[in-house]
Write a new protein. Structure first.
Lengths: 158, 114
């Protein structure tokens, strides 16, 4: 399939703040990766980064309250994937998070989620929305593959 | 996520299957704590069927590693997939854990301390 350069669409997912729903998020991520035509390595990177963000939103943002919802929005276009994750928490300052690579922290049992998100995605941005939540925006650019230049008839368009 | 525990001598081999994410992390933590509390002196984590784990699962492995070390025991990793190796490299944990690609080497490594 040749990707339509003007094609752009959104997929949304709302889940109650319970860890069991992370597996549903994982299923949606598999679908998004297929839509984006990500290679295996990129798919794994995006998968883990979004799962980390979702887990943080459930645990730290919504404090595991199943009445509070975590909202995911996947903005799919030909050159990049933009993911928005929004919770109802009080917000936080990502700059005060310890460096997990410093010798005194490397064997700590927690504190790697945001670090991994930043390392696995191309852009990560946190926005505190008043007193009603935090939104994380993450971007992953798509490296075009040879398959993108082959149309449905199997003819290479290079 | 599926966990099979194989008790052998004074240790345990945990065969894990599936992604360790979401509420699977709590099940993983429970299984590993159960082994530590039953006084095993070593654990081999067989990750051959684990394509992904999140940072909380990594934290659980660190917790088990430190608890066993405190008791002069040992935890090693077996058959780590490329995707998880990448995470261990990014977090510098690759240099903290012993990682093996065959069962005999992993078994020999945990027996050395006994």
């Amino acid at each position: 399939m040749k990707i339509n350069k003007t094609q752009k669409r959104n997929i949304t997912l709302d889940i109650p703040s319970e860890f069991r729903h992370i597996y549903l998020l994982d299923d949606v991520l598999a679908y998004v990766a297929k839509e984006m035509n990500f290679d295996e390595e990129t798919e794994e990177q995006v998968n883990l980064a979004v799962i980390e963000a979702g887990t943080n939103a459930i645990k730290h943002g919504n404090k595991n309250d199943p009445n509070k919802i975590v909202h995911f929005r996947f903005n799919i276009s030909d050159d990049k994937l933009v993911v928005y994750i929004k919770d109802s928490g009080c917000g936080f300052d990502p700059s005060i998070i310890d460096d997990p690579l410093s010798p005194e922290n490397v064997m700590k049992t927690c504190g790697r989620g945001i670090f991994l998100m930043k390392n696995l995605m191309d852009e990560v941005e946190f926005t505190v929305i008043g007193d009603c939540g935090t939104e994380v925006k993450m971007v992953k650019y798509r490296i075009p593959s040879k398959a993108d230049n082959i149309d449905d008839s199997g003819i290479c368009n290079n | 996520m599926k966990i099979d525990v194989e008790n052998r001598d004074n240790g345990a081999i945990l065969h894990l299957e599936g992604k360790i994410i979401g509420d699977g992390v709590a099940r993983f933590r429970h299984a590993i704590e159960e082994q530590i509390n039953s006084n095993v002196s070593w654990i081999i984590l067989d990750l051959s069927e684990v394509p992904l784990m999140d940072s909380s699962a990594l934290g659980t492995i660190i917790m088990a590693f430190l608890k066993l070390k405190e008791k002069k025991g040992k935890l090693v990793l077996l058959y780590v997939q490329k995707s998880i190796l990448e995470i261990l490299n990014i977090t510098k944990l690759n240099s903290m854990f012993e990682i093996y690609d065959n069962m005999q080497s992993a078994f020999d490594a945990v027996q050395i301390n006994q």
